[in-house]
Write a protein that binds this ligand. Sequence first.
Ligand SMILES: NC(=O)c1ccc[n+]([C@@H]2O[C@H](COP(=O)([O-])OP(=O)(O)OC[C@H]3O[C@@H](n4cnc5c(N)ncnc54)[C@H](O)[C@@H]3O)[C@@H](O)[C@H]2O)c1
Length: 441
Amino acid sequence: MKIAVIGSGYVGLVSGTCFSEMGNKVTCIDIDKDKIEKLNKGIVPIYEPGLANLVLTNVQNKNLSFSTNIEDVIENVEVIFIAVGTPMGEDGSADLQYVLAVAKSIGQKMNHRIVIVNKSTVPIGTADKVRETVQKELDNRNLNTEFDVVSNPEFLKEGAAIEDFMKPDRVIIGSDSDFAIDLMKKLYHPFCMSHDRLIIMDIRSAEMTKYASNAMLATKISFMNEIANICERVGADVNNVRIGIGSDKRIGFSFIYPGAGYGGSCFPKDVKALKKIAEENNYDAKLITSVENVNDAQKFVIAEKIVNRFGQDLSGYTFGVWGLSFKPGTDDMREAPSIYVIKELIKRGAKILAYDPKAMDEARKFYLKGIDNVKYFNSKYEVVNESDALILLTEWKEFRSPDFGEIKSKLKNPIIFDGRNQYNSFNLDVIGFEYYQIGKS
Ligand SMILES: NC(=O)c1ccc[n+]([C@@H]2O[C@H](COP(=O)([O-])OP(=O)(O)OC[C@H]3O[C@@H](n4cnc5c(N)ncnc54)[C@H](O)[C@@H]3O)[C@@H](O)[C@H]2O)c1
């Protein structure tokens, strides 16, 4: 099948590459010239495990190419995926300008029937807006070309995106067209060899499924963080409570790990957008509002513990930080709790020595740009050298079982603030650390 994917970020590049791996001819398109130039030189601009090799292989076998212009490929494609960003608008709703700009350019250039698939996370009713935008452009050109609009939300996780795309739990297809459903079935068949994973439904339900899914996961995280905060106040240990409740099959162990709050490019904006969608439809989404409020506060819990230990004025103190990305396996720092914790400590005069296996460039260039009091190092033990305490903010594998003897010998004070509850089973108190974690006093 000949496919164009518009938007070559985390979702577009991974989807396009995985479709090309199955033998389709895919062109990934982006307005970011720098990004396309890099991709054409074989440089993959984001870190995602396994992605670079897969891109190079499929470029070599001519299944995958890159362009800045949809005009280059539109004559030949059967399917166009829209995978551009839908960032948070000023009022909290999803900003659809990029999705609709793509719809407009498709309408301006298409001359034959194309299935237009929306993969971006979009508010309910967006497929109708895409359809209207394309139709308006066709009308302007006096063209009577049939086309289809499908909702196919993406559920991949950054850090495991290839694995998730290749072996999806489910593929949601929202469509009212038999032609489009048939084509989507063929396209996803190679990803569903062991059993059918396609769930076909109406377009609005497909659009809503994505928001409901992210809101559910965010709810589990905020619920557990709230339980952690109560545990701390009543002398319970949230690590025991987590195991106690997770073993109930109805609850399960996933997404109930207490920590420094959720971040990333999806949960914060999608929870906010769902709240806004409810509001626009005269419904006060109380639970979803609380999920967001709990998370906003949770990002500061570790900073509060540091202030309680060292005082309001942190000038003269230096903290070593392990982990900047919003979760392990990615260089993505969008809405990462580390940004909030570090800025809070800097505001109080502290100095930060930071290490992350993949996200330091992102931090330097964008998220902590221009903050002089943050210095970056190439190894995790360098940042504890001469620091007053170690703060763990991302649970990268290389932080899971460190040499505590080395940490202790390098820190000025043997103190660890564990924002991800990674070290609660190491008996750090016994080996002479002052140890602070989420959900335990
Ligand atoms: N990142 C994730 O883990 C994830 C998972 C599931 C769904 N989503 C959703 O998928 C969508 C894309 O997310 P992402 O993380 O890949 O975003 P991203 O910011 O990494 O990539 C978006 C890309 O679209 C490009 N773009 C914008 N306007 C364009 C246009 N008119 N023509 C061509 N390219 C254009 C940008 O330059 C950028 O490279 C969002 O709606 C997001 O909510 C993301």
